[in-house]
Design a protein around this ligand. Structure first.
Ligand SMILES: NC(=O)c1ccc[n+]([C@@H]2O[C@H](COP(=O)([O-])OP(=O)(O)OC[C@H]3O[C@@H](n4cnc5c(N)ncnc54)[C@H](OP(=O)(O)O)[C@@H]3O)[C@@H](O)[C@H]2O)c1
Length: 337
């Protein structure tokens, strides 16, 4: 079989393709013929060594979907032919996070899914919604579950509330979809008028161009008639947090997710949280229970992830370069077989 691995390349990593023997599942494991994988900004962080992780030799990418081709001893929950996706954190079933998961994440500490055949523990794969293609389902494990956790599990989103989501990448476009499907109003920002028009066509309640309008937080506040938003999907990090703090309303919730502006400390005071009795949660993807709860909504509302562009397996490096340009809307996908 063919597989990609991270390989050192100067002060960064690159991905290289190699041949390996097709692995057999051990007790409690399944072998999955990966059909599609999707990219996350995290994969660029690994390549650039931005988080300082040594991923040399590991198979990249956390997010993929495929078909079970073999089951190991003792596995009764899966059978050959099942359509599945792996959980980002294979050991996180439900409930609170545990630091052990930092050493057990697909495409980071553990081998990921940019491979023709992956070995996964049987209790860490979930059935993918029947109406989704493998390409669509491959978008769910990280970006989808993160948006779900931030809005629903930790954010306790209620119908009628207002969400602000930043940019039009993977996490944000899932937040847009889930928010609308759950009866919320969604304000989305982008640096691109074309992307804002696309977000509008998908049902965004209001759109704001953050590039043309350096004080965009004032526009968001006006759009809420001075009430502020109930939820922020904060994927920007230090550079956007002051604006998110300005946008959040009384008793609102900021789901602190991303680092698109870097890993630095916030440039301004966090005191607005106090003054507004608002809360902020650190969100690190989510559990298997989050994944399954999200899938129930996806099935019920017939939702389909927004795919920007699909690359072939041999073009995986091009796909990562394309993601790095930031020109995508939604998800970038690699077809594997
Ligand atoms: N904590 C977690 O568990 C978790 C999980 C998933 C992702 N993340 C993090 O969340 C962030 C987003 O991840 P992703 O995979 O969704 O990324 P992505 O798909 O690569 O999204 C990139 C998009 O973000 C927007 N963007 C870039 N800089 C921005 C800024 N300064 N302000 C507002 N929007 C900006 C741009 O949208 P426009 O082109 O529309 O401007 C860009 O196209 C990353 O930092 C990632 O590491 C964290």
């Amino acid at each position: 079989m063919k597989t990609y691995v991270f390989a050192p390349a100067g002060d960064a990593f690159q991905i290289t393709c190699m041949d390996r023997d097709t692995p057999s599942p051990g007790p409690g494991q399944v072998r999955v013929r990966m059909k599609a994988a999707s990219l996350n900004y995290r994969d660029l962080i690994h390549l650039r060594k931005q988080a300082g992780r040594n991923v040399a030799g590991k198979i990249p990418l956390s997010d993929g979907a495929g078909e079970v081709t073999a089951v190991g001893e003792g596995v009764t929950s899966q059978k050959v032919g099942d359509r599945v996706a792996g959980c980002f954190f294979p050991l996180w079933k439900s409930g609170p996070f545990d630091m052990i998961h930092h050493r057990n994440d697909l495409g980071g500490s553990l081998d990921g899914v940019l491979t023709e055949e992956a070995i996964l523990s049987a209790d860490s794969v979930v059935a993918i919604p029947e109406h989704l293609s493998f390409e669509e389902a491959s978008c769910l494990p990280c970006a989808g579950v993160t948006a779900w956790n931030g809005l629903v599990t930790r954010g306790h989103l209620q119908a009628g509330q207002t969400i602000l989501t930043l940019g039009t990448g993977g996490v944000s476009t899932f937040a847009l979809q889930f928010g609308l499907a759950l009866g919320a109003k969604v304000i989305i920002t982008s640096s691109s008028e074309a992307k804002l028009a696309r977000a509008k066509s998908l049902g965004a309640t209001a759109v704001v161009n953050y590039r043309d309008n350096p004080t965009w937080e004032k526009d968001v506040y006006k759009l809420t008639e001075g009430k502020g938003v109930d939820h922020v999907i904060e994927v920007g990090g230090a550079g956007t947090l002051p604006k998110s703090l300005a946008c959040v309303g009384p008793s609102g919730h900021i789901a602190m997710i991303g680092v698109l502006t870097g890993f630095g400390p916030p440039a301004e005071s966090l005191f607005p949280l106090v003054g507004k009795n608002a809360s902020m949660s650190g969100i690190y993807v989510g559990s298997r229970a989050d994944f399954e709860a999200m899938n129930r909504l996806i099935r019920e509302k017939n939702l389909k992830p927004t795919i920007d562009r699909t690359f072939s397996f041999s073009q995986a490096a091009d796909a990562l370069e394309y993601l790095a340009t930031g020109s995508h809307f939604g998800k970038v996908v690699i077809q594997i077989s």
